[in-house]
Design a protein around this ligand. Structure first.
Ligand code: GLY
Ligand code: MN
Ligand code: MN
Length: 434
């Protein structure tokens, strides 16, 4: 039996959803970074989900209906290129290994696709996702249309395959959950290593290096997104990426970093004191963010709707901002006018999976959808205080976020990233201990 049984099952489910027609799902393009040197190749998430084939220049074609077929187009074996770039499966070995019904050379794609599209009632692909594929798919479609006088019909129904796939990807199967648990464990170890390595005078990039080391040491292929290693005021830049400043004693360090393992992302944020001890104002804000995060996690359970964790976090944060003199009460007004957004301007989470901001609808018929077992999401409240004469100066430039990855279960939720310390005392005990 193929190791790729899960992918075969997903292909069958998609074919059942389609009922009829043809789906075309290409992997990602290779992209040049500088001359003769490409960015590290990352397959397309949809393609990977359905096929698990790791090479570039590959396209999956699925035919639904009474005689379902899965067809993979991939690169031929090539002794010369394999000497330079490494192993290629080639169509024959790929068919065996990945459990698809048919494989062909990618060189035959333009020749074969019009014939496969002909007389299919529906064409499923991802319109607008990539202009190169838009042009190519519409070109094949027009070739089929041009044969109308010979009695061949072209699909009249052009469908977005992502709508079907996004809903499937939103609910993680056992294999996905196993991989996401491992990605979470590796990423937790990276945060612990980074905490232990932190000392005043080190640079942000030195802490980034510790994270990257632990990701690779654990077998992860990449960071799931560029790590944010933000000391002091940099923590108030939500997407800070330079990671090139020295770490000052007395400042906080915000680290948002997670690895990608076999395609699946972890996404963790922790915030710790560079010198190993929170100051009074830092600790006051930290405890509020932590309390809000725990309240949000407690709201992750079946039948609660998507926005309830956010609402729970906002309530605690807003009350905390009032208590510390950052906002003026009463609580309901701070929430209703969204005055808290001066310090908490993002949402409390997102779906997580093959993409760090994973696919899936957040609303159905204009209502937040209920959480259901198998969904995975992040819970990541924070607070960011920029210098402002309406705010006590002791809070200026404090940026804090605490982010965990959570799986909705039958009875509540499992915090996948629970091995990452977040109690203030536990963090203080770790920082600088390497
Ligand atoms: N690291 C991206 C995010 O937290 O959404
Ligand atoms: Mn996140
Ligand atoms: Mn994050």
């Amino acid at each position: 039996m193929s190791d790729y049984e899960k992918q075969s099952e997903r292909r069958r489910r998609l074919q059942q959803t389609m009922q009829t027609g043809i789906a075309i799902i290409p992997t990602a393009h290779e992209r040049m970074r500088n001359r003769d040197s490409d960015y590290l190749f990352r397959y397309d998430s949809y393609f990977w989900y359905l096929c698990g084939f790791p090479e570039p220049e590959a396209v999956l074609v699925l035919i639904a209906g009474a005689e379902p077929r899965s067809i993979l187009f991939c690169r031929d074996k090539n002794v010369e290129r394999e000497l330079w770039e490494g192993f290629r499966f080639g169509p024959e070995a790929a068919r065996e290994h990945f459990g698809v019904d048919e494989t062909h050379s990618i060189g035959l794609l333009d020749e074969m696709l019009p014939g496969l599209i002909a007389n299919q009632p529906a064409l499923w692909y991802a319109p607008g996702a990539d202009t190169v594929w838009d042009t190519r798919v519409l070109g094949w479609l027009n070739q089929v249309r041009a044969q109308a006088r010979t009695g061949i019909s072209a699909p009249g129904d052009i469908r977005d395959v992502r709508l079907a796939l996004d809903e499937m990807r939103l609910f993680k199967d056992d294999a996905e959950i196993t991989t996401m648990r491992r990605a979470a464990t590796i990423s937790a170890a990276a945060h612990v290593r980074a905490m232990r390595a932190t000392r005043p005078g080190k640079a942000e990039y030195e802490i980034e290096a510790e994270l990257q080391y632990e990701f690779r040491r654990g077998g992860a292929q990449y960071p799931a997104y560029w790590p944010i290693v933000a000391g002091g005021a940099n923590a108030c830049v939500l997407h800070y990426r330079e990671n090139n400043q020295p770490l000052a004693d007395g400042a906080l360090l915000l680290v948002d970093a997670g690895c990608e393992l076999d395609g699946y992302a972890a996404d963790i944020t922790r915030t710790w004191p560079v010198g190993g001890k929170f100051s009074g104002p830092q600790r006051d804000l930290y405890e509020i963010v932590l309390e809000s995060q725990l309240a949000a996690i407690a709201a992750v359970k079946p039948a609660r709707h998507w926005n309830e964790p956010h609402e729970a976090a906002v309530r605690i944060l807003a009350q905390g901002f009032i208590d510390l003199g950052l906002c003026e009460g009463p609580l309901d007004r701070v929430i209703e006018t969204e005055d808290y957004r001066r310090f908490y301007m993002h949402r409390t989470g997102h779906w997580l999976g093959l993409d760090v901001h994973d696919v899936g609808e957040y609303k159905h018929a204009n209502a937040w959808r209920p959480l259901q077992p198998g969904m995975t999401l992040t819970v990541e409240p924070g607070c960011y205080v920029r210098p402002n004469d309406k705010v006590p100066e002791k809070f200026w430039n404090i940026g804090i976020r605490i982010e965990d990855d959570v799986l909705v279960t039958e009875s509540g939720c499992e915090v996948l990233t629970r091995e990452t310390p977040k109690a203030a005392a536990d963090i203080e005990a770790l920082v600088g201990s390497a």
